[in-house]
Design a protein around this ligand. Structure first.
Ligand code: PHE
Length: 342
């Protein structure tokens, strides 16, 4: 009995001096003293060893001991709970937040969208087609039959098991596919990725992006082509930019032209970007060749049309002052994130 009472005394002192540092240490306290296998239960279990005449006194001592432990637990719990709430209230709302990383559009996408959006204002609608194409839609239907020398300028990647399957060299394949549907008139803009078997350098890549356009209806003339492209240049590059057409050759258009704009960097005086000519080559264009219309089942006596095609990377390089086309496809976040505000 004496021994037990001195133990209880020692435990009571431990309880009295206890302060919980956090919810965990409070829980440890609860398990140690008030748990099913805890000290309070164990001490009370000693009742059976206490002589009958001392049972009453022992019982009272033990009730006091239990109460001490319970009260300590309750006050500490209240204090810890308050501390938690206090910690929440102590958040300093004036501190700058942790910035969330925001995504951004790729510069090529930004430029493509700008081009497309200008033509949409002239009622052109977007048409898309496959990047893996057959020989007919990429070459033959466009008046480039198998032995045409112009095919050399658009060498691409072929399937070794079936050379009639290739990666398209331009988005003109979409124009053929749309013409084959024979729902006239056609007024489409065709953005997309194209491929060429070219050595990769700062200025050229084996894949790049194009936007091509096609307008077919009765009485479409070269004047319509020029007017459409003048509008595009004004909207895209501004009022002050001059335009010139140079005669050119494409197998799928006749007559054909290349369109240059005056260099906006040197204002036509000549600089490194325009190779001292004062002009920048922007796109190829022309009146759709009658053979191409025939290949798609359209009557060239009744319908005429114009087509044009431009690269997306070149104007993006100019607009954003980028000097190496390879940056567009390296996926370096340090490069790409610079366009997030644009
Ligand atoms: N398809 C041509 C190219 O990729 C561009 C072009 C399109 C030229 C339409 C004239 C008319 O080079």
């Amino acid at each position: 009995m004496e021994e037990i009472l001195s133990q209880v005394k020692a435990y009571s002192e431990e309880i009295t001096s206890f302060t919980a540092s956090d919810a965990d240490s409070l829980e440890q306290f609860r398990i140690r003293f008030l748990g099913v296998k805890g000290i309070v239960k164990a001490m009370m279990g000693e009742m059976k060893n206490v002589p009958v005449d001392q049972k009453k006194e022992f019982g009272q001592t033990m009730n006091g001991f239990k109460q001490l432990a319970e009260e300590k637990f309750a006050t500490e719990k209240e204090r810890i709970d308050l501390m938690g709430a206090g910690a929440a209230e102590q958040i300093d709302f004036t501190l700058p937040g942790t910035p969330l990383p925001t995504g951004s559009r790729h510069p090529v996408t930004l430029m493509r969208n700008r081009i497309v959006e200008i033509f949409q204002r002239l009622s052109f609608t977007v048409a898309e087609g496959p990047e893996i194409e057959d020989d007919w839609h990429n070459f033959t239907a466009l008046n480039l039959d198998e032995n045409h020398p112009a095919r050399d300028m658009q060498d691409t990647f072929y399937l070794s098991t079936d050379p009639a399957i290739l990666l398209r060299t331009h988005t003109s394949n979409v124009q053929i596919r749309e013409m084959e549907k024979q729902q006239l008139p056609i007024r489409i803009i065709c953005p997309g990725r194209v491929y060429r078997n070219e050595t990769i350098s700062a200025r050229s890549h084996c894949f790049f992006h194009q936007v091509e356009g096609l307008y077919i209806d009765e009485n479409v003339s070269f004047a319509d082509l020029k007017q459409t492209l003048y509008f595009f240049v004004r909207e895209m590059f501004g009022e002050d930019v001059k335009v010139r057409f140079r005669p050119s050759y494409f197998p799928f258009t006749e007559p054909s032209a290349e369109m240059d704009i005056s260099c906006m960097l040197c204002k036509g005086d000549g600089c490194a970007v325009c190779k001292r000519t004062g002009w920048l080559e922007i796109l190829g264009c022309g009146m759709v060749h009658p053979n191409v219309l025939k290949n798609c089942g359209i009557d060239p006596e009744k319908y005429t049309g114009f087509a044009f095609g431009m690269g997306v990377e070149r104007p993006a390089l100019l607009k954003y002052g980028i000097t190496d086309i390879r940056l567009f496809s390296e996926n370096d976040v340090r490069f790409l994130e610079q366009f997030s505000g644009i």
